[in-house]
Design a protein around this ligand. Structure first.
Ligand code: PEP
Ligand code: MN
Length: 291
């Protein structure tokens, strides 16, 4: 019966915001292929699970070079390290900036590992993109739309970390901004969300990883370091992420975590990393992948 309305109303969007037509660059229809992303010579999203490893922040004391060499030897495919750090307090170490970028370039030269590093400020995109093989958009920047557009135009693929309060629809929206601006590819990185639980820094949302692999065409990584905030939990969470189907890991590793300039509590040492890799490899094989 017509209740006095003369025009048909458009269908209400789904409560979770995941309406496929809103995600032309990211949505994957059932049965459609998934995409891979080239990061330098490394393929992300293929049969091989990739591990990005390195310190939270690039430091001026040789720790980056030493860490890079050891994670490469242990099986890392990419080197991570922040030159521009998003810190909660303006009085904390903000990263080495351009000097950090030079150290990252030198570490890539020495190890051959492609570099993933964060860009925080749209004005820094050209300088960071000149060094980064993969531009990281941090959790706190996931809805910085001018930054996503600028980074999307840099010619580099983007690693977009999930915000600590970001829904999947908002996260995919961020990826749409980058891809609509021309990004050659995006990789999503689950790094834990804020919940009522205080025993861990964040709560690792593996459901998001499993769901994204079904509905999104781009690769998904997991960062067990920021997800837990505790070094002791990182190896098991890394293994769980691979079991859940993650295309790779982003792990904070330092030759001397106790001396790290940031995030030392959640950073594993290089020996622990060297044990984490074969364990994750065994899990990868169990789920039909390589590492
Ligand atoms: C980082 O990767 O060092 C980082 C700052 O992560 P997030 O943006 O996830 O907090
Ligand atoms: Mn960190």
């Amino acid at each position: 019966m017509n209740n006095g309305e003369t025009r048909p109303r458009p269908a209400a969007p789904p409560a979770d915001g995941l309406a496929p037509e809103r995600f032309p660059h990211t949505w994957r229809a059932p049965g459609a292929p998934r995409r891979t992303v080239a990061v330098g010579p490394v393929t992300v999203g293929g049969a091989r699970v990739v591990v990005a490893a390195g310190p939270c922040a690039v430091e001026p004391n040789g720790s980056l070079a030493a860490t890079a060499e050891r994670v490469r030897a242990a099986g890392a495919a990419l080197l991570r390290g922040g030159a521009y750090k998003p810190r909660t307090s303006p009085y904390d170490f903000q990263g080495l900036g351009e000097e950090g970028l030079r150290l990252l370039a030198a570490a890539r030269e020495a190890t051959g590992l492609p570099v993933v590093t964060e860009v925080l400020d749209p004005r820094d995109v050209p300088a960071v993109a000149a060094v980064a093989d993969l531009l990281q958009i941090g959790s706190r920047s996931v809805q910085n739309f001018p930054l996503l557009r600028e980074a999307g135009q840099s010619g580099r693929p983007l690693l977009i970390k999930r915000g600590m309060m970001t829904t999947l629809a908002e996260w995919l929206g961020a990826a749409e901004y980058a891809l609509a601006a021309g990004a050659p590819g995006v990789i999503l990185c689950e790094r834990g969300i804020r919940t009522f639980e205080a025993a861990t820094r964040n709560t690792l949302d593996l459901s998001a990883v499993v769901l994204l692999r079904r509905i999104c065409r781009w690769p998904v990584l997991v960062d067990p370091s920021h997800a837990s905030g505790r070094a002791a939990l990182v190896p098991d969470l890394a293994a769980a992420a691979v079991a859940a189907g993650a295309d790779g890991l982003l792990v904070e590793v330092h030759v001397d975590p106790a001396a790290a300039w940031s995030d030392g509590r959640q950073t594993i040492d290089t020996d622990t990393f060297a044990r984490l890799v074969p364990r994750c490899r065994a899990v990868a094989r169990a789920v039909g992948r390589e590492l």
